[in-house]
Design a protein around this ligand. Structure first.
Ligand code: NAD
Length: 503
């Protein structure tokens, strides 16, 4: 592979970090403050070399007029410290509010979302003993670009954008994670049988990069059957890497079937910045009742300690937490699960008492569950990406999208055939991706949104931007409304656009 664009290679912390690190901490909304207090208490008692600096985000900040729930002062603190330990927040109902998480992820380049999902059989009842999956979700691209348009009165669109550097970074991150954490397999899931260019790029990059990690098994599943297998036999998976939307859905599904949503942590990692949180929300119904399970946020804190080179403390906290679960000291959510499974012996505790039980067990290790080991865990966070910017792109045609609500496909096709000449020829018209001209079926339902594909008349001739402008003028001259263009390109001589049926 042509790797000419080498970004700075930062190694993870090799040596245990001994200095105290200042960490911006948000106590959040709803159950946030009580679970965050419990976590900071445990981390402090375990000897974490961290100094929290509290920042305000969330509901009150939204209501004070900050559209992403964060103030300029908090931004500056996060920019300075490059790390964030965050309790869940409440997003107020109604329009005009931006997701704080999406804003922070994009602003700080947190390209990797890491969600370990583990079941704790035989201690916590589960249908999935042996489940120990880490979902690595691409965090910045895909349908989350937030680029949506009303195209015609009947049709809206959302742009799905994937980049080669974006795919390379997340796939390499997944393999590096597997190496650092002693995992044996990385599974990629996409829908590239349908989205051959976008998901196709993700899969292709996965196949390329897998070659560089011969010590790790690599496999690909189509996302639909892959998700079904994840839900049925999660123990067959290890590290799973996915584009943004699939990763979002699959990781929530896995956390739900693993046990309580209160157990699962998430890390958002970039080259320079990182954010650690539980995957659940602020559960306002349970706020202030000393009921909520602080485990997801605590395990996020464990991930944070490993990230900043305090794997020794992370190990102590995680093992004490496992021992607490094993001793059947549970918050209400786990008790409910246990009762449903017919378990009657346990000690039900509140958030604070759970934290105290973990602190009492610091230095102990679980006996039934496997103890964790974090010493020496370090991984690269910055990777080379292939420079493809100078690759040759040649114009090969154009797709003109029209809004037209009165003509049939036949009528539109005959009119555009006339307007195409002399430079172009109409190749086909599709409606919602279904070819309707030439040779369409009268049964096909058509909206007011038409994709009309034009290529050059003569064999070997290539269109120019000027010729496209003239084509648009001819189309406009007939009173038709073009709503957007997509140029068709060859990339290094290869077709770089999807074909309509029958082309
Ligand atoms: P939620 O995750 O807050 O709660 C859903 C249910 O899950 C709760 O009613 C509770 O039964 C259970 N639950 C969640 N966390 C638990 C815990 N720690 N211990 C025990 N049980 C727990 O989801 P929701 O009700 O859809 O959202 C509530 C608010 O949280 C909304 O305003 C939403 O926007 C916000 N939210 C924030 C984040 C975040 O800050 N990262 C993530 C998701 C949702």
């Amino acid at each position: 592979m042509n790797q000419t664009q080498i970004t700075k290679e930062k190694e993870g912390m090799e040596q245990p970090q001994t200095q105290v690190q200042t960490i911006p901490v948000a106590r959040g909304d709803g159950i946030g403050p009580e679970i965050m207090d419990a976590c900071l208490y445990i981390l402090g008692e375990a000897g974490a070399r961290i100094e929290p600096v509290f920042v305000e985000i969330g509901e009150n900040v939204y209501k004070a007029g900050h559209s992403a729930g964060i103030t300029p002062e908090t931004w500056e603190i996060l920019r300075k410290h490059k790390i964030f330990y965050k309790a869940p927040i409440t997003t107020p109902q109604g329009g005009g509010y931006k997701s704080l998480n999406v804003t922070v992820r994009k602003a700080f380049g947190l390209f990797a979302n890491v969600r370990p999902v583990v079941s704790y059989a035989p201690v916590i009842p589960t249908k999935y003993p042996g489940m120990d999956v880490v979902v690595i979700r691409e965090n910045e691209e895909d349908l989350y670009a937030g680029i949506e348009h009303q195209q015609t009165p009947e049709v809206v669109q959302c742009l799905k954008l994937l980049s080669r550097p974006g795919c390379e970074r997340i796939v390499r991150f997944a393999f590096e994670y597997a190496r650092a954490y002693g995992r044996r397999k990385v599974t990629c899931m996409t829908k590239d049988n349908i989205m051959k260019l976008t998901d196709g790029l993700f899969h292709k990059v996965f196949d390329e990069i897998a070659q560089e990690y011969p010590d790790i098994e690599a496999e690909h599943w189509i996302i639909d059957i892959g998700t079904a297998k994840l839900a049925d036999t999660p123990e067959q998976f290890d590290v799973v890497v996915m584009p943004n939307l699939y990763g979002d859905i699959a990781s929530d599904m896995l956390a739900q079937i693993a046990g309580s949503v209160g157990l699962a942590p998430g890390a958002n990692i970039g080259e320079e910045y990182a954010m650690f949180e539980a995957i659940h929300g602020s559960a306002p119904r349970h706020a202030g009742k000393n009921k909520a399970n602080p485990s997801g946020l605590l395990l996020a804190g464990v991930m944070m300690l490993v990230h900043i080179g305090q794997g020794d403390v992370a190990e102590r906290v995680h093992n004490a937490w496992l021992k607490t679960l094993e001793d059947k000291i549970w918050t209400y959510d786990l008790v409910r699960k246990a009762r449903a499974a017919g378990i009657t012996e346990y000690r039900e505790v509140g958030t604070r008492e759970f934290a105290e039980a973990v602190v009492e067990r610091l230095g102990e290790e679980p006996e039934q569950l496997n103890p964790v080991r974090y010493a020496g865990k370090a991984m690269r966070l910055s990777f080379p990406t292939t420079d493809v910017r100078s690759q040759k792109m040649e114009l090969d045609g154009v797709d003109v999208f029209l809004r037209e609500g009165t003509k049939s496909a036949e009528e539109l096709g005959r009119l555009l055939e006339e307007l195409a000449g002399p430079e172009f020829q109409l190749v086909m018209i599709s409606n919602r991706g279904q070819k309707v001209y030439p040779g369409g079926l009268p049964e096909t339902f058509c909206t007011d949104h038409w994709r009309c594909r034009f290529r050059c008349q003569g064999a070997g001739e290539k269109p120019t931007h000027e010729a496209i402008r003239r084509l648009l003028e001819r189309i406009e001259g007939q009173g038709l409304e073009w709503i957007k263009l997509e140029n068709l390109y060859l990339l290094e001589g290869e077709r770089a656009y999807s074909l309509g049926q029958g082309e």
